[in-house]
Design a protein around this ligand. Structure first.
Ligand code: CO
Length: 130
């Protein structure tokens, strides 16, 4: 299992990209709108992983609710797995609370599922099929 990315929810995407790229020296890899999730993201590239800056486009998206309740900061970590269907089964058997029961499409179209932070010590975890 590998860390695929760490996602940070931000109020202003332009400003956050400028901070991470120019001030911290983390290069911008790509930007895209993920319409079905109601977010715009900027992928910042590190040697061994990525930082995803996540900005809500709609007021009723999950990311918008998060930003309103908790402010800017760590939103989720994403772990890469080989077989998401098998993983979902084992998470369910282990009694973890999943967000949805079927994989959704992640930012590159790959299958992803989220585990509720109540089950994982307060951190939202995304699993993403390679
Ligand atoms: Co993610």
């Amino acid at each position: 299992m590998k860390l695929d990315h760490i996602a940070i929810v931000v109020k202003d995407l332009e400003e956050a990209v400028a901070t991470y790229s120019r001030k911290l020296g983390v290069p911008l890899e790509s930007r895209q709108r993920v319409e079905h999730e109601g977010v715009e993201i900027a992928i910042m590239s590190l040697d061994n992983t990525r930082i995803e800056l996540l900005h809500p486009l709609e007021n009723n998206s999950g990311a918008a609710n998060f930003l309103e309740k908790r402010g800017e900061g760590l939103h989720h970590i994403c772990l890469e797995v080989d077989n998401i269907e098998a993983l979902i089964q084992s998470l369910q058997i282990a009694g973890l609370k999943l967000i949805g029961t079927k994989p959704r499409r992640g930012y590159k179209g790959n299958k992803a599922i989220f585990v509720h932070p109540a089950s994982t010590n307060g951190v939202l975890i995304e699993f993403y099929e390679k």
